[in-house]
Design a protein around this ligand. Sequence first.
Ligand code: SF4
Ligand code: SF4
Length: 343
Amino acid sequence: MLYKVLDKSAYRDFVKALISEYEFIGPKKKDRSVHDFVPIKDISELDTNYMRVTIPPAKKLLFPPNEKLVTYEVGRKIEVRPVIESDEEILFGVNAWDINGMNFLDRVFTTDFIDENYISKREKLIVIGMDSKPTETNFSLSMGTEYAKDGFDIYLTELKDKYFIRIATARGNEIVERYAKVSDATAEDFRGYDKYMNNYRKKFKMSVNIKNFYDDFELIYDNEDFWKKIAKNCYSCGSCNLVCPTCFCFNIKDDIELNLKSGSKTREWDSCMISEYGLVAGGHNFRPDKENRLKQRYRCKLKTFIDKFGKYACVGCGRCIEACLAKINIAEDINSVKKEVSV
Ligand code: SF4
Ligand code: SF4
């Protein structure tokens, strides 16, 4: 890791140069409370002071909601052609918990199989991170994801009159050397950065008692009354999955041309919270009840990937809490599990 500082007076020139040289994706205000990561053509469109989470998360750049995977033709033999679309682009202003969300997806899409579509996009995505203020529903401090130590090329932290820059890759260093007027970080800059981080961590208002959840979950697993109470108001709408930076379930859809000789396969985001998720041929549904679906979602988020990767599949961003019309709150539910097993 290299540590540099950029004077605030040089920040705009740095960003303008990146906008003119690269496909540049950054946070733009969409309405009163929502920002989205969209292509930016002029620095005036960029708004890195977003506090509310962006919906949908930046994962859409790596794992789009709809993505054609292959086309095929059936002739004397079957020809299958992969469709892999990726371009070099900059993702600017993404915060620490979303970078950690992408890091989690990196593991998912490279562990049991190598997902070429995902990886080709990830390799070409230049990630420039930036701290943002946590919302009142953000519990990433408890999940250990409020700080990104990798998964980015460059990370900017705004101090009083300068940006403290962490450079994690050779590609990031090339960009900084070419487009930013930086100097080496001094001991004074490191002290300023430490002070910033201490204050930043005090801004997280929501916390969860995640310690021992791994075992507590087993104690509560068969308590039907508990899960019925937690899931009582769930509409099974699936919004919590769609806004989540770490959810990765997808469905494959076949589109066949009328000639029945050619077609394509497209993947689309799926949701474990909708009732059709567990439906299989023959009409059997493995998870017909909403309480079982919610229980399974919490197992997947907070336990399964501890076994698999030693990581939670939840970065504590709080998006699902904000998106849920039924006010189902994963943070409160984690704490309820603790309370329930402690009585
Ligand atoms: S928990 Fe909330 S967002 Fe998720 S499916 Fe149920 S109602 Fe929808
Ligand atoms: S489960 Fe909720 S809080 Fe956790 S990462 Fe997904 S959207 Fe964020």
